[in-house]
Design a binder for this molecule. Structure first.
Ligand code: TXD
Length: 314
């Protein structure tokens, strides 16, 4: 009997990449190839993770490499490669540096896995999804950004803590860009089906939404060096699981919009049905004027980044 093991490539063996590799292998989802530009780093982390395999009762291969040939035939490619903002670097400097990195790594990986689904993680997230779409030429279903899953998980955890209820019963609906421009929709966020505005005051909901928007910065301030990676890696796992198991999960994903939500040609976070073909369907909900305006503002900030990248290439 032919046995077909699924394969996930994680590009970037840093904090998010290595943790995502660990979660994917240890949850029994797929073999993992971890690749990085630094020699020895992916090999060392992959070896360490492989040595943990007997203790976690899984037999997935975890391979570390610097050679894209080893990524061939991947079902999913997770892109975490990039630089963090360094002192003296402007946001635009970082945008253009990561654009160059993402273009190079995604271009290589796509050649070896032309049918893969790409999950982008590198920041600035929405802009990097544009870069990956352009570089691969893949359809929009197969190039998806991870941000909304993380933002909604953060929002859920804060709502649950505020109400003293299980996070499992909290469902949060977020739209828009990652971080600053996230658009939470409290009226569509629920606790066991009860709309959030029935349980918390508008001021309290606003405070929790603001904390969510600043969720990344709150962790950076505590860690001093580096940024969040446990929840980001778990968010990647949820998306990979939805794809490999064709679960048709409805998850907030950064995808290219072609007129949905009155946005055309820009990558924005919206609810999508995630299954074996990627972001198979975008779910459109009717927004209030205020929500629509916030979403358009979020899209405008993505447009600014795309224009900066276009100018740099002109
Ligand atoms: O919600 C989200 N989308 C995010 C995004 C949540 C958390 C982190 N987010 C972003 O992911 C973050 O702002 C970064 O842009 C990426 C990766 O974050 P991480 O914390 O993992 O960064 P690290 O630890 O610095 O790892 C980056 C790795 C590191 O090992 C580099 O050597 C590698 O990327 N790197 C490369 N690998 C391959 N090829 C090239 N060219 C390359 N350049 C750097």
């Amino acid at each position: 009997m032919a046995v077909c093991r699924r394969k996930v490539t994680v590009i970037g063996a840093g904090n998010v990449g290595a943790t995502a590799a660990q979660r994917i292998a240890e949850s029994g989802l797929a073999d993992v190839t971890l690749i990085d530009v630094v020699e020895g780093l992916p090999q060392g982390k992959a070896l360490d993770l492989s040595e943990a395999a007997p203790l976690h009762y899984h037999d997935h291969a975890i391979v570390g490499t610097n050679d894209y040939a080893d990524t061939a035939g991947s079902d999913v490619i997770v892109v975490t490669a990039g630089l963090a903002r360094q002192p003296g670097m402007t946001r635009d400097d970082l945008l253009l540096k990561n654009m160059g990195i993402v273009r190079a790594v995604v271009g290589e990986a796509a050649q070896y896995s032309p049918n893969a689904i790409v999950i982008m993680v590198t920041n600035p997230l929405d802009a990097m999804v544009h870069v990956a779409l352009e570089t691969t030429g893949f359809p929009r279903e197969r190039v998806i950004g991870m941000a909304g899953v993380l933002d909604s998980a953060r929002f859920r955890s804060f709502i649950a803590a505020e109400l003293g209820v299980s996070v499992v019963d909290v469902s949060a609906f977020v739209l828009g860009g990652h971080g600053d421009t996230m658009v939470p929709l409290p009226r569509l966020s629920t606790v066991a089906g009860i709309p959030l505005p029935e349980l918390l005051s508008p001021e309290k909901i606003d405070a929790l939404a603001t904390r969510t928007r600043n969720g990344g910065a709150e962790i950076v301030a505590l860690l001093k060096t580096g940024s969040a990676y446990y929840a980001p890696a778990s968010s990647v796992l949820q998306m990979v699981d939805a794809i490999l198991n064709d679960r048709k999960r409805v998850l907030p994903c950064a995808v290219l919009l072609n007129g949905e939500y009155k946005i055309d040609g820009l990558v924005v976070g919206v609810p999508a049905v995630l299954g074996a073909a990627g972001a198979e369907r975008i779910i459109e909900v009717k927004l209030t004027d205020g929500e629509q305006a916030a979403l358009l503002k979020s899209a405008a900030s993505v447009r600014d980044l795309v224009e900066t990248m276009n100018r740099a290439q002109a």
